[in-house]
Ligand binder design. Structure first.
Ligand code: S5P
Length: 259
């Protein structure tokens, strides 16, 4: 099963180009840490990535929370991605009809399709959303579908989750993986389990977020790429904290594939 396979091996099994790249980056840089740069200042995001870029495989953005967003921000974050060898995931969680999503993806202020290696999307509207995101004109692009959420009281049911995985199986070249919480959600070792809701110092926030430990998320729940936001960005020394998360998460992965 996928729990015991190495990222190198899984890179060979991936059908989506971004999944292949991300597995390879993790194996090369020895990090499965995805930093969620949930800051509202472009300058602060770029400063932070200068310091922690070498420790992460993936940077997750919410472009629509950035108050000084410009095309220059994109130029510079892409330069950092190149320099430090990480990919960029725009966590837009698309959730509309295909036509609207194709406009949201390619137009407007953000033009996400121009720069994000991959994006997140909800399966709720049906397959049209995947058709909309599938028109990448030959560039290497991917989608993480939301199959589960970390927040308490979320309305996703077991049936919804299964239908989401079934929908994804029709678009093997587009799907990078799932945002989910449990290893039983899907089987294909070529897909990536992206798991948020990890913090070392806290078990929840005031708005419904639920946190687990790296050990639990990787060894029990099957997380492949682990999303950390406030655990790093709100720390006194984000750089030192990023190293701690990276080392802890990588140790858990090594333990998983060796035993
Ligand atoms: O189920 C989810 C899915 C996502 S993508 N739960 C989440 O928390 N996220 C995102 O992960 C969320 O939007 C936020 O950007 C990040 C978690 O941040 P943290 O500060 O709680 O670690």
């Amino acid at each position: 099963d996928r729990m015991s396979l190495t990222y190198e091996k899984r890179a060979e099994l991936a059908k989506n180009g971004v999944a292949k790249q991300l597995f390879s980056i993790m194996a090369t840089k020895k990090t499965n840490l995805c930093l969620s740069v949930d800051l509202t200042s472009a300058t602060k995001i770029l400063d932070l990535l200068e310091k922690v870029g070498e420790h992460v495989c993936l940077v997750k953005t919410h472009a629509d929370i950035i108050e000084d967003y410009t095309g220059d921000f994109i130029t510079r974050i892409k330069q950092l991605a190149e320099r430090f060898n990480f990919l960029i995931l725009e966590d837009r969680k698309y959730a509309d009809i295909g036509h609207t999503v194709s406009l949201q993806y390619s137009k407007g202020l953000y033009k996400v399709g121009d720069w994000a290696d991959c994006v997140t999307a909800h399966s709720l509207p049906g397959e049209g959303i995947l058709k909309a995101l599938n028109s990448s004109n030959g560039v290497n692009r991917g989608v993480f579908l939301l199959a589960e959420m970390s927040s308490e009281g979320n309305l996703i049911t077991p049936d919804y989750k299964e239908a989401t995985v079934a929908m994804a199986s029709k678009y093997p070249e587009l799907i990078t993986g799932f945002v989910c919480q449990n290893k039983d959600t899907f089987k294909d070792p070529g897909l990536i389990q992206l798991t948020p809701g990890v913090q070392l110092e806290s078990s929840k926030d005031d708005l419904g977020q639920v946190y687990n430990t790296p050990e639990k998320v990787i060894l029990e729940k099957g997380g492949d790429v682990i999303v950390v936001g406030r655990g790093i960005v709100a720390a006194k020394s984000p750089e030192a904290q990023a190293v701690i998360y990276k080392d802890t998460l990588w140790k858990c992965y090594m333990k998983r594939v060796s035993g």
